[in-house]
Design a protein around this ligand. Structure first.
Ligand code: ADP
Length: 493
């Protein structure tokens, strides 16, 4: 049979259960939600039929509306629970309705005062347990070939399957951020329904307790993380958060697969949050968006001054303290700064203070605002991402598509997605932004100086901007890689 003929034979759809604690647009605190929400659509052309299991937070239950239960548990870690099914925002979702665990105010992990719920280990063990049970076939008429778990919240799902024995789906565990490890005291072993033999260095044991992230990394068939560079970094003692030895030992099944962005939600030619549409072929509209952003955020009308944007959690990981340290240099270059973000109280206060000290030059909005995030991407000239570490990063991908030159630290996925405007890249016409290293205030200041110089060469700037807008930032390549991994571990049947 010729290769062409075999390519035309339709592949049988592969059933994949994705389980996570967040999923855009239903519940989101960061990039994890974007990725979990994007995967089903991205994988559909690869003949993967994905269902996504989520906790029944109040917002998720409300979005689902009336739904028939597919399965009921009399006692799921301390109370009755049901698995509900439905379609929301084009996603085929399963919702774990367990009021004793999830019917609470506040965010997915924290109470309204921002404190972690003390029973988080149990809340997410329950989610993982149910994912494993679905993997073992408890739902009528639907049994997945593959279970795909994300981050510490669902790291026990592969563990439950491992210790249950018997037929099971293939398991894949994606680490979106190694810094969040989901550690629980050893005394919870029984309460989390883990067998005594699991408390072992080859099992869930981690520094004398239960490591849920570690369990996922140790006991899944395949591990992925969200960029090739981060996949390498986390095998080093410097970036491995105590898990580098384990990751080195499992490097044969560790894959770095870049995230993409939703190209329909982030389309500068048809973005309802922008004053004017534009794209690489018709960049003119961007001027109006630039003016609109200045007006919206109260930045002074000086068309020659560069407007730098930030859309970020305001945390040390994101290097926001370094940006504050560079503020005097930034202002000396005549640049303006537009910041949208929320996070550590001290950083929020410092940015607020910077805005009141430099009205018209520094504008800051504290909080989460999807619409303003789009307006900043479409209206700023360059987007700053000075992260100390960055598994993949999504904001620089949005920035590329929106023609805001990303100025990024050369770490993780930032290193893999932005082509630095060095002499060679400019001469070859392939530059898409600026990279700097190491992640220090001095190196960021150096990048600002290079940015100011590039701005003076408007022709080179425009070429770089056009390259950025044409850079591939979607899911096509990565979806094919996930699908290939799934097919390699799929359970028969
Ligand atoms: P992380 O997941 O580490 O926070 P990513 O860059 O991977 O960082 O993803 C962040 C996502 O959250 C992006 O979609 C970004 O646009 C969005 N985001 C971050 N902060 C805000 C905010 N304050 N308002 C709106 N969107 C935000």
């Amino acid at each position: 049979m010729s290769a062409q003929a075999s390519a035309e034979i339709p592949r049988a759809p592969l059933r994949v259960l994705s389980v996570a604690s967040e999923c855009f647009p239903l519940v989101k605190t960061g990039g994890l939600a974007d990725v979990v929400g994007a995967l089903p659509t991205a994988l559909a052309p690869e003949a993967v039929a994905m269902r996504t299991l989520l906790p029944g937070y109040p917002g998720v239950i409300a979005a689902l509306g009336p739904a028939d239960p597919l399965h009921a548990f009399e006692d799921l870690f301390g109370g009755p629970a049901r698995v509900l099914a439905g379609y929301v925002s084009g996603l085929d979702i399963l919702v774990l309705d367990a009021p004793h665990l999830y019917a609470r105010p506040g965010g997915p992990y924290q109470d309204p005062q921002g404190r972690d719920w003390p029973d988080n280990p149990v809340r997410f063990a329950a989610l993982s347990w149910v994912a494993a049970e679905i993997g073992r076939g408890i739902l009528p008429g639907w049994r997945p070939h593959v279970l795909h778990a994300h981050d510490w919240q669902t790291g026990l799902a592969p563990a439950y399957l491992h210790y249950a024995g018997g037929p099971r789906p293939g398991t894949i565990f994606t680490v979106h951020n190694l810094a969040f490890q989901g550690w629980a005291p050893a005394g919870l072993l029984g309460a989390l329904r883990l067998p005594p033999r699991s408390f072992d260095i080859e099992g869930v044991e981690f520094y004398g307790g239960i490591g849920t992230l570690k369990a996922g990394l140790r006991l899944s068939d395949r591990i992925t993380t969200v960029s090739p560079t981060y996949a390498r970094e986390i095998t080093t003692p410097e970036e491995g958060n105590g898990l580098d030895g384990l990751l080195r030992a499992r490097s044969g099944v560790l894959h770095g697969i870049l995230n993409g962005i939703d190209e329909a939600a982030w389309d500068p030619a048809a973005d309802p949050h922008l004053a004017a549409g534009f794209d690489a072929a018709r960049p003119e509209g961007r001027e109006a968006d630039r003016a609109a952003l200045r007006a919206r955020m109260g930045l002074s009308e000086e068309p020659e001054s560069l407007v730098l944007g930030v859309v970020s959690r305001l945390t040390g990981q994101k290097g926001m303290d370094l940006l504050l340290a560079c503020l005097p240099a930034l202002l000396r270059h005549g640049m303006r700064l537009a910041v949208l973000g929320a996070g550590e109280p001290a950083l929020e206060a410092a940015f607020r203070q910077a805005a009141s000290a430099h009205p018209g030059q520094v504008a800051v909005q504290i909080g989460y605002d999807e619409s303003l995030a789009h307006a900043i991407q479409g209206g700023c000239d360059a987007l700053l991402v000075p992260s100390r570490f960055e598994p993949c990063g999504l904001t620089q991908l949005c920035a590329l598509r929106y023609g805001a030159l990303p100025v990024v630290a050369r770490v993780g996925g930032l290193a893999d997605t932005v082509i630095d405007a060095n002499e060679a890249a400019l001469a070859s016409g392939v530059a898409t932004g600026l990279q700097f290293a190491p992640t220090t205030a001095a190196a960021l200041e150096g990048a600002l100086a290079r940015l100011a110089a590039l701005w003076q060469d408007r022709a080179a700037w425009r070429r770089t901007q056009a390259n950025a807008m044409r850079a591939p930032v979607g899911w096509a390549r990565s979806a094919a890689r996930y699908a290939a991994l799934y097919r390699g571990i799929a359970a028969a049947g």
